[in-house]
Design a protein around this ligand. Structure first.
Ligand code: SF4
Ligand code: SF4
Length: 177
């Protein structure tokens, strides 16, 4: 299977295929949750190693990262600065008081690589989170990133084939999953 890694093409497809993807989400919600989790897990295992995140970096360039206080302590230690300096330099607070990295692209992205990689935050480590269970409950979030992340894009396109989803311009769906 040829993978699509062109970010412009992927972003474009997320716009042109919005109705198809809505139908696909509705379709996935009718299927067995555990089987969907297994299928996505297997596809992610196969596809993810074929995509070089250092050639992409699009999540670090486009997402606002949440930081927990303990993670900020670790990152400050890594950077050998005080926690107060770390907060002042890299953090802003959301309306609800959550700590967020204050810049997009992320402060720590350099030449498409994370310069605090070993101390990066939980959200960074988890993304795109296709290895985690309960995919059915997270489809909204997954498709929010479909046009941004080549791993998500290619896994979802492969999943359409695996569950024999067919889009015919309406809600026409075939599945023998
Ligand atoms: S901390 Fe590192 S991995 Fe996380 S968004 Fe920033 S550059 Fe990316
Ligand atoms: S996780 Fe997705 S968006 Fe982030 S660098 Fe890798 S392929 Fe790109």
């Amino acid at each position: 299977m040829k993978l699509e890694t062109n970010l412009t093409a992927i972003a474009q497809k997320s716009i042109t295929d919005v109705l198809e993807n809505q139908a696909f989400v509705e379709h996935l919600q009718q299927l067995n949750a555990a089987e969907i989790d297994d299928a996505v897990y297997e596809l992610e295992l196969k596809i993810s190693p074929q995509i070089d995140c250092t050639q992409c970096g699009n999540c670090c360039k486009t997402l606002m990262i949440n930081v927990e206080p303990k993670e900020a302590d670790i990152a400050a230690l890594h950077l050998q600065i005080s926690r107060a300096k770390f907060d002042e330099t890299y953090i802003e607070k959301s309306v609800g008081g959550k700590m967020l990295i204050s810049k997009i692209p992320c402060h720590f992205l350099e030449d498409n690589k994370c310069n605090i990689y070993l101390s990066r935050f939980a959200g960074c480590k988890e993304f795109p989170a296709l290895h985690l269970p309960q995919i059915q409950k997270r489809l909204f979030t997954i498709f929010m990133h479909y046009g941004r992340c080549p791993i998500i894009f290619n896994v979802m396109e492969a999943l359409k084939k695996e569950v024999r989803f067919e889009w015919k311009g309406d809600a026409s769906i075939i599945s023998q999953f």
